[in-house]
Ligand binder design. Structure first.
Ligand SMILES: Cc1ncc(COP(=O)(O)O)c(C=O)c1O
Length: 363
């Protein structure tokens, strides 16, 4: 890549610096460190910073014993998978799927049963047919809001149906939901967690990465009391406690009513960036097919037969327009697709970046 070409990234999904509430977080840090220096600078325990843990429990209306606050939600996911996945366990997943979850499931020796992602999320007809045929999954792992990488969302009826299937066929649901609040059109849908009064059927993960910033590294899991207790023991034995200072800052931030403001900023900016990306794809790559995401950070674009997105992604990185190749999100195939994040660049840069990308695809 020549040095005078500006990099326009479509690779990573995180708020760009202009969307991060730096000044307000500085004020929160100041207050948190002044009001609770012992809590912010001490070790703490593996449950996380207790006031933030309580705030999270309140938000989801669950018993606080079910919540563990972790160093980002991927950390929660690893702790949870360590408890739930034994080698050869059957785990039902959507494909394409967030590459890091896919990798973590494979590393634990799961027998992955993939279901093609539909425009409205998990293919429940196919799942039900397999369940009727004798499939006994340990759990279904799903990203119901603004899927990574698919961009799609599972509607309310499908959520209710998945919970009903889980109850009928006795499997767990692992609901990975970091994008829930980043909705462009109206309020987000209810979680499947909220449809499980037993507290034993749906395990949930969420994060502040996509609504505040990734650098604080704060996420959480809500599981059954027993599994949460086990995750806490594992946490104590490996890292003692998550970053208390980060969690104290975030606790002040959310309790002083700032979270809504940062969610609004991110929603508005990402809606504009999504619009720029979809318009630019239509203009420069009219052969591309995609679901228009109603929220979140990603769009999954299919470029049609005859392309190899492994090669395109390598060339795009060279040309300063990094994208993520589709094969990263699949067990096999994916070489006609790309994941494009619309979180990093301004609308003007997005247009320029897609034009550059189109030069490579059509080149
Ligand atoms: C579905 C999903 N889960 C978890 C994560 C990890 O988020 P965190 O930064 O909280 O670890 C991501 C990040 O992209 C994600 O897309």
């Amino acid at each position: 890549m020549t040095t005078d070409v500006k990099t326009i990234s479509f690779a990573r999904g995180a708020p760009s610096l202009d969307l991060i509430p730096v000044e307000e977080l500085k004020q929160s840090a100041d207050r948190a460190f002044t009001n609770d220096p012992a809590g912010a600078f001490g070790y703490g325990t593996a449950v996380g910073y207790q006031p933030l843990r309580e705030w999270i429990a309140d938000q989801h209306d669950v018993d606080v014993d079910r919540v563990i606050v972790t160093n980002g939600s991927l950390h929660a996911c690893a702790l949870m998978f360590d408890r739930l996945v034994a080698p050869s366990d059957k785990i039902a997943i959507e494909l394409p799927l967030y590459d890091r979850s896919l990798l973590m499931l494979r590393q634990r020796g799961a027998d992955l049963i993939g279901f093609p992602l539909q425009e409205d999320g998990f293919d429940l007809d196919a799942l039900e047919a397999e369940l009727n045929g004798g499939l006994k999954p340990k759990f279904v792992y799903t990203i119901p809001h603004f899927h990574n990488p698919g961009g799609c969302t599972m509607p309310l009826e499908k959520r209710q149906r998945l919970v009903a299937l889980a109850n009928e066929y006795d499997f767990l649901i692992v609901e990975d939901d970091p994008y829930r609040d980043v909705s462009f059109e109206g309020e987000p849908l209810p979680t499947m967690l909220s449809m499980d009064p037993s507290g034993e059927r749906v395990f949930y993960m969420c994060s502040f990465t996509k609504t505040v910033c990734p650098g604080l590294r704060v996420g959480y899991a809500i599981a059954s009391t027993a599994i949460t207790k086990d995750m806490v023991i594992a946490g104590t034995n490996t890292y003692i406690s998550p970053g208390q200072a980060s969690e104290a800052i975030l606790n002040d931030y959310v309790r002083s009513g700032k979270l809504e403001g940062s969610i609004t900023t991110i929603r508005n900016a990402l809606r504009e960036r999504r619009d720029a990306l979809t318009a630019s794809l239509t203009e420069f790559l009219p052969q591309s097919k995609f679901v228009v995401p109603a929220g979140g950070y990603f769009l999954w674009v299919d470029l049609g037969e005859g392309v190899n997105t492994d090669e395109i992604a390598a060339k795009a990185a060279e040309a300063g327009v990094p994208v993520t190749k589709g094969s990263d999100f699949m067990i096999e195939g994916g070489t006609t697709s790309l994941r494009m994040s619309f979180s990093s660049a301004t609308p003007e840069d997005i247009r320029e970046g897609v034009e550059r990308l189109a030069g490579i695809v059509n080149g």
